[in-house]
Design a protein around this ligand. Structure first.
Ligand code: PAF
Length: 284
């Protein structure tokens, strides 16, 4: 695996390759990232990952400074997963000057759910992803692919719209959410959980599962009272000591509340357990 810290190094490592398959990350890798790298392998002629903790997508009170930087371990894991080129720019390489031009995703999508509780998050994500695409794909001429985990459902939607609206010649491929044996979605932030919180953490996916089961049971009949289901889910997590931000059933197409009984749905949740904020989702 070749490592690039600068754009010049990246271009040198990618020269001769036309079809990069790219997995952007913020490091502190887990099996979900590595599954994306393995999924990327057959999709291009060079598998590229990036590690960059993007200050732009953190609010001032969030965990940018304490976000785990696990460089040696990440390099070993990426190499073992078959990554060919790792792009790990320093902040000054990606942001040599204050980033005054930013990508503003459609607020109708980006101000909902995660965007409501983390204002500006998707501006930061879209801006860095656009920049990373520019770095990784600038020299390639053929098919370009980028892979994102489905655990970040809304992020994946924002990036798909970004690519579509800017007519970027990049295929966006989703990787299924990877879970621990008990069902907890893998996340870099799971490492913040104490042993007792880790045991409790699975309740987020269990709650989403019961919401999905209730929706499936009433599917097509319009019989499910969705606001009541959401309120009940919030109450059940609160009763266990969680501080939920949202637990909702939304249309897969635009993440708005459903208006007809036959619309494909996804249930999404975000909740804080102690000081750790977890998110998860499940297509119904
Ligand atoms: O999902 C992430 O790890 C980040 O949001 C991403 C896409 C790498 C952008 O910083």
């Amino acid at each position: 695996m070749r490592i690039a810290h600068t754009l010049e190094e990246l271009r040198a490592h990618l020269s001769g390759h036309q079809h990069p398959a790219f997995v952007p990350t913020m490091g502190n890798l887990h099996a979900g990232h590595l599954a994306l790298v393995r999924q990327a392998k057959p999709l291009g002629d060079v598998t590229v990952a990036s590690i960059f903790v993007n200050r732009l997508q953190f609010l001032p009170h969030e965990d940018f400074d304490s976000y785990p930087r696990t460089w040696e371990r990440d390099c070993t894991l990426l190499k073992d997963a078959g990554c060919d080129v790792l792009f790990a720019p320093k902040e000054k390489v990606l942001y040599p000057e204050p980033q005054t031009f930013k990508i503003q995703p459609n607020p109708a999508l980006a101000d909902l759910l995660e965007g409501q509780f983390r204002p500006g998050f998707f501006v930061g994500v879209a801006t860095v992803v656009m920049k990373l695409f520019g770095c990784v794909f600038s020299e390639s001429k053929g098919q370009r692919t980028a892979l994102f985990g489905q655990k970040d459902y809304q992020q994946l939607m924002v990036i798909r719209r970004l690519v579509q609206q800017f007519a970027l010649p990049i295929d966006i491929v989703a990787g299924p959410t990877q879970r621990d044996a008990d069902g907890l979605a893998l996340s870099s932030r799971n490492g913040y959980l104490s042993p007792s919180e880790r045991a409790e953490a699975v309740q987020l996916s269990k709650t989403l599962q019961s919401m999905a089961a209730a929706l499936r049971a009433g599917a097509g009949t319009g019989a499910t009272d969705i606001p009541a289901l959401e309120a009940q889910a919030m109450d059940s997590l609160r009763a266990r000591g969680w501080a939920p931000d949202y637990l909702v059933a939304r249309r897969r197409s635009d993440l708005l509340p459903p208006t007809a009984s036959d619309e494909p749905l996804v249930v999404l949740g975000a909740a804080r357990l102690g000081s750790t904020r977890l998110i998860d989702n499940l297509e119904v």
